[in-house]
Design a protein around this ligand. Structure first.
Ligand SMILES: [Zn+2]
Ligand SMILES: [Zn+2]
Length: 240
């Protein structure tokens, strides 16, 4: 009977793994649209990692060369995965560009673990999406993860930032060029700022998908700092 039920569920709701394409047994190995094998093969970045930007390092080194010489406004970035892992790249691509919204549950679960263990009870600020890219993709990919964090993990989500000006594609630009490109493009949402409740210490978590040069995180942090926030912690799915 159980086998028949299992069979029926899989016929009625067929699911394929977004990474390897294998058919998934929905009842026994479903991991937010990933098969158990692919899920278990996703490797989170382990220590040692750069204390500032999260990039994996060799033992005994505290900061990467880039972080030794640059001064960021934010305290640190913490990334779950390495973007150079092809499975991670594929997942983010599937989520952002193939609109596999189911993955928002997966990312939210993983990000919630990080936020709850390192930055418990801090308000979470999603990096704002540009209206144009939301229209093109049909959804705000960071905003959707933030919604899940609010609904299923009880986090305080505050959309404190707004992307006001259209900026050029960041791809291929270095940190300085990216900073120049983003300058003035992020604005504060004053109404949301007033609603910020759990923030006596002025500490917030800024949420984004990929940490590349840190330019987006830096521009957002500057705006947050100008508006009274003192400590900004970045949390991202992956570091490039
Ligand atoms: Zn798979
Ligand atoms: Zn670093």
């Amino acid at each position: 009977m159980k086998n028949y039920f299992n069979y029926l569920i899989n016929i009625l709701f067929p699911e394929r793994c977004l990474i390897c394409g294998k058919e998934i047994n929905v009842l026994t190995e479903y991991r937010y649209a990933l098969c158990k094998d692919c899920h278990d093969l996703l490797e989170e970045i382990k220590e040692p990692r750069c204390t500032k930007c999260s990039i994996p390092l060799v033992k005994g080194v505290e900061k990467c060369t880039r972080c030794k010489t640059s001064s960021y406004t934010f305290i640190s970035n913490f990334s779950l995965y390495n973007y150079h892992d092809w499975r991670v790249k594929e997942l983010i691509y599937m989520y952002k560009f193939r609109v596999k919204k189911k993955l928002s549950y997966f990312f939210a679960e993983k990000l919630a673990e990080v936020i709850n263990s390192r930055y418990r009870n801090l308000p979470v600020i999603p990096v704002p999406a540009e209206g144009k890219s939301v229209r093109r993709r049909g959804f705000d990919h960071i905003g959707l993860i933030a919604d899940r964090l609010e609904k299923y993990y009880g986090m305080e989500i505050r959309h404190l930032l707004r992307k006001k000006i259209h900026t050029k594609e960041q791809k291929g630009l270095n940190f300085e060029e990216r900073i120049g490109n983003l300058k003035g493009s992020i604005k504060i949402n004053s109404k949301e700022l007033l609603r910020l409740t759990k923030c006596e210490k002025k500490q917030v978590v800024l949420l984004d998908d990929i940490f590349t040069t840190g330019a987006t995180a830096e521009e957002c942090s500057k705006v947050l700092k100008k508006n009274g926030m003192q400590s900004i912690y970045i949390v991202t799915i992956a570091i490039d």
